[in-house]
Design a protein around this ligand. Structure first.
Ligand code: CUA
Length: 192
């Protein structure tokens, strides 16, 4: 009997300690979850990291025959409003055009799609980076800060020739670029 009394006295104590410890851990877990949700909300709003608000589609079967992505319309164009647009198509295993000309220090809008499977590209170490998906038009606008030549590899595994799929991007000083650009013409650094 004398041995049971201290044990019975100790029992509620350890139970209360365990519950207190569980509560503390529960608050730690809730705090971690709240922090992660807060980070998601912050990055979503602050970096505009949101799902695309609109989806533009294009018919793969007629891509090369008519519309925006016919071969003669690919490359860089300067609109009447002075806006620079690059149109490109990815296919196994090349980009069309093979070399892209863009001005430095001016916003450039990319519009691209793919004919066969999912491709993607990133321009050097810039933030110009997107996937090219058959049936959809990928678009983004960026500004290249430094003139020079950049490599533009395909960064979505697209088949056995994936590692050989890349293009070049020539970033020209804005004045030099504008001197080359002619209204209604498509610019690219590969003569065709
Ligand atoms: Cu195209 Cu990888």
């Amino acid at each position: 009997m004398s041995t049971m009394v201290p044990m019975a006295a100790a029992e509620p104590d350890s139970h209360a300690t365990a519950i207190a410890a569980e509560r503390r851990w529960a608050w730690v877990v809730i705090a971690i979850m709240a922090l992660l949700v807060a980070m998601m909300v912050f990055t979503g709003l602050h970096w505009s990291a949101m799902p695309p608000s609109r989806v533009e589609t294009v018919d793969v079967k007629t891509l090369h025959l008519k519309g925006e992505f016919v071969e003669s319309n690919l490359g860089t164009s300067v609109g009447a409003d002075g806006k620079v647009t690059v149109r490109l198509v990815g296919q196994q295993y090349s980009f069309q055009p093979q070399c892209i000309v863009v001005p430095a220090g001016m916003p450039v809008t990319f519009r691209g799609t793919a004919t066969d499977t999912i491709h993607g590209f990133v321009v050097g170490r810039t933030n110009a980076n997107t996937m090219l998906i058959p049936g959809f038009v990928s678009t983004f606008t960026t500004t290249f800060t430094t003139p020079g030549e950049q490599l533009m590899p395909c960064h979505e595994y697209c088949g056995t020739g994936h590692e050989a799929m890349w293009a070049r991007v020539q970033v020209l000083p804005a004045a030099e670029f504008m001197a080359k650009a002619k209204p209604g013409e498509r610019l690219s650094c590969v003569p065709r």
